[in-house]
Design a protein around this ligand. Sequence first.
Ligand SMILES: Nc1ncnc2c1ncn2[C@@H]1O[C@H](COP(=O)(O)OP(=O)(O)OP(=O)(O)O)[C@@H](O)[C@H]1O
Length: 375
Amino acid sequence: MIRLERLTKCYPGQQTTAVRELTMDIPAGEIVVFVGPSGCGKTTTMKLINRLIEPTSGRIHLDGTDVTEVNPDQLRRKIGYAIQQTGLFPHRTVADNIATVPRMLGWDAKRIDARVDELLDLVGLEPTAYRNRYPKQLSGGQQQRVGVARALGGDPDVMLMDEPFGAIDPLNREALQNEFLRIHAELGKTIVFVTHDIDEAIKMGDRIAIFREGGQVAQYDTPERILAQPADDFVSDFLGSGAAVKRLSLIGLDAVDIPDWPTIDHDADRDQRLAVAQRAAKDFLLVLDAENRPSGWLPRKAAAESDGVIPLISPLGPRHNLFDALSQMLSFNSSAAAVVGDDGRYRGVLELDSIRELINAELPGESRSDLLQGV
Ligand SMILES: Nc1ncnc2c1ncn2[C@@H]1O[C@H](COP(=O)(O)OP(=O)(O)OP(=O)(O)O)[C@@H](O)[C@H]1O
């Protein structure tokens, strides 16, 4: 665990305090996200934790040890650091960059080689294709991946990540976020993550610290509680008007009962299709393939025709959430979405009405009206 105790930093010659009397516990194995407007002290706090800069006053404890009593070089080997600009050494290969900390730790060449390949695999870059390239031969997203791999190099217990996905386009950013969450689930490190983006904070954080001007924390809590009970107007304004919609993204489909739906076999003959259509209380039947995977929608009115099936693009899985479900329905202009289990097999169908019911059950009255205005 990292404990910050009345941590204060005033840069020489500056009138405002960069970080003021900050007290916070960062539990081991969790992702804590610092979010807030520009210049409110997020990066300064990170640099204080790994002693790239020294505090004016206050203490930082890492697993019970006061970090000011540890040699800064030794400390930085225990703490991985990844930043937006990646900070990769341009004249060193990818492998050399990733090997930076293992080399400082005095590992032998064989162990370093194996570690480099393991980390490239972990961040989704094929070792044989990438280990000998130079940073400028990589896309921005690939450089970010190498930056993350390098920060993981010495197998640190703690990772500090300062806008690691900042300069990435939305699609690659989402892929990197997902990959990073997977790596975190696998390795269970303590992570402090800085971002400007509240949606990224909600997605990534076990806890979020919302910083305000002058290096103070306006609220430090789980995303659920921050969205449900913002501490003050500053936090509400920072969250923006869609706080209730954002809360939907915290309710995973694996935690929701998915209602059953009239289904039909993909190779059912005309009579079977008509029989199911007659019984069904819905306008569409869900078509399942031989493996019980949803493959299309059959409009009830087209049940007599052999080519009436509308192909289903992508069903929702256990890793999707209610926000994804709502987005999919809105973007396909549909009022229902098929849901599958981990194995891709049919689980049920979520309807817009069931999302409304879940909102009624889950959200306090005020947020509910905020959300329903938005739909
Ligand atoms: N080396 C420095 N010397 C003097 N002042 C500094 C220095 N570094 C940061 N500051 C000031 O300290 C305050 C906090 O800066 P910091 O970089 O920690 O903010 P931040 O929240 O990370 O901002 P951003 O989101 O823009 O990266 C700012 O007012 C900044 O101008």
